[in-house]
Design a protein around this ligand. Structure first.
Ligand SMILES: Cc1cc2nc3c(=O)[nH]c(=O)nc-3n(C[C@H](O)[C@H](O)[C@H](O)COP(=O)(O)O)c2cc1C
Length: 403
């Protein structure tokens, strides 16, 4: 189940040229499982119609005509109180000013004042309007009240001006909304370090020894930890993936860099989840110049790469309270995973059989067995990597409660 499932999002659309992008956001939220109620200000109605939103959400979109229509009893209070999150997207300078000062003169601003849920604001305006001291003071006031701001981004605006004021793109805004929905979850206030991707060990300036890890399982774990409210650091070897909104990315390339970053980041962290595929071997020497074909096939001598989990085991102090590892095996899965659990003093290991075509590297699904330090075992059915990640984060939270 995704964090969006059955969540009530009150999407308030105001009179910005970016209002058309809110329809895409409403659609994305609905597809993710949220129940999206939309309110348009009178100015927003000049840009987009309620019908657009009704068509993508399957729910009624409200305007000021409904405020004075008297069909629903005290509509603004009902909408505000039903919401898990109120998102003003796009938010004009005018509406931001009204929210900062408690002005309630249309259905959006009245509902915002009546709501008791977290508020997210995604501003959209010209750079001059955003940088104006009046707007800056209003933003400051709202931030001080715990309102979460997504953007604005830098870039080119409809006016042709370039600067800060662009509406955050809907796909990224979805990540910000997801992040705010997770606030206060069971990992709130807890630092969780997650590693992902396959390390690259250089042979020369252009060639590397690497593996088939796509990073998807590690990124899904980072997302699940964010959904649970965790403060997430994602130590990632190169991947083609976009980091989840809210995760602090620490990019690394080699096993050595991964080790250094993990030791630095996991000191004092609550938990470390090592989902990265770290090289076991690396070329003994890295050629300073590109190896030339005409020089013939070069001999490649290998040496052991640093063992990140053993380095974590050897930490003198501030070791993470819970350490979770992964074992990707092509044979004797459970025996190998159990041996790794013990030798690296892990609290939990997720064992996945990479010989199966629907599990392991580069696919969206995984079939994982969980082995706990106390001897408990749990075999999970074939699941999406996002679902596997949710289970691992749930079990990790349980271990943090016990430890
Ligand atoms: C074509 C056009 C585009 C506008 N775009 C923006 C905008 O991107 N951001 C903004 O703050 N105001 C913008 N405005 C001005 C607002 O629509 C105006 O301040 C309005 O009163 C806002 O009302 P509302 O905040 O209740 O929706 C625009 C106005 C027009 C005519």
């Amino acid at each position: 189940m995704s964090i969006f499932t059955s969540k009530h999002i009150l999407l308030c659309v105001t009179g910005s040229i970016a209002a058309y992008k809110a329809a895409d956001l409403a659609s994305k939220l609905t597809q993710a499982g949220a129940l999206v109620d939309v309110i348009l200000t009178p100015a927003a109605e000049k840009f987009v119609t309620p019908l657009t939103f009704q068509s993508v959400t399957g729910r009624k979109a409200f305007t000021d005509a409904d405020l004075w229509g008297g069909e629903a009893h005290v509509l603004h209070v009902g909408l505000g109180q039903a919401a898990d999150l109120l998102a003003v997207a796009p938010a004009t300078a005018s509406t931001i000013a009204k929210l900062a000062h408690g002005i309630a003169d249309n259905l959006v601003t009245i509902a915002a004042l009546a709501a008791r849920c977290p508020t997210l604001i995604a501003p959209a305006m010209d750079v001059g309007m955003f940088e104006h001291p009046a707007t800056q003071e209003n933003v400051h006031t709202l931030c001080g009240r715990g309102v979460y701001f997504a953007g604005p981004d830098e870039g080119r605006m409809a006016s042709g001006l370039v600067g800060r004021g662009r509406f955050v793109e809907p796909a990224e805004l979805l990540g910000h909304i997801r992040l705010t929905l997770g606030f206060g979850g069971k990992l709130a206030g807890k630092k969780i370090v997650v590693t992902a991707g396959g390390t690259q060990e250089p042979l020369d300036p252009v060639r590397v020894l690497t593996n088939k890890s796509s990073g998807r399982q590690g990124y899904a774990i980072a997302q699940a930890a964010l959904d649970a409210g965790g403060t997430v650091v994602l130590v990632a070897a190169p991947t083609a993936l976009i980091p989840p909104v809210g995760a602090r990315l620490v990019p690394v390339r080699t096993a050595e860099e991964m080790k250094e970053a993990v030791l630095a980041e996991s000191a004092g962290a609550e938990a470390l989840v090592m989902a990265a595929a770290v090289a076991d071997f690396r070329p003994k020497k890295t050629a300073a110049d590109k190896l030339k074909k005409r020089a013939g096939i070069p001999p490649v001598d290998l040496e052991a790469a640093p063992d990140v989990l053993l380095s974590v085991k050897g930490m003198k102090s501030n070791r993470p309270r819970v350490v979770v590892g992964f074992a990707a095996e092509s044979r004797d899965l459970l025996e190998n995973a159990a041996a790794k659990l013990k030798s690296k003093t892990l609290d939990l290991i997720a064992a996945n059989d990479i010989s199966a075509p629907d599990a392991g590297f580069s696919v969206d699904t995984n079939r994982v067995s969980l082995l706990f330090a106390n001897g408990d075992r749990e075999s999970l059915p074939l699941m999406s990597k996002a679902e596997v990640a949710e289970v691992i984060i749930d079990r990790l939270s349980g271990l943090l409660e016990k430890n």
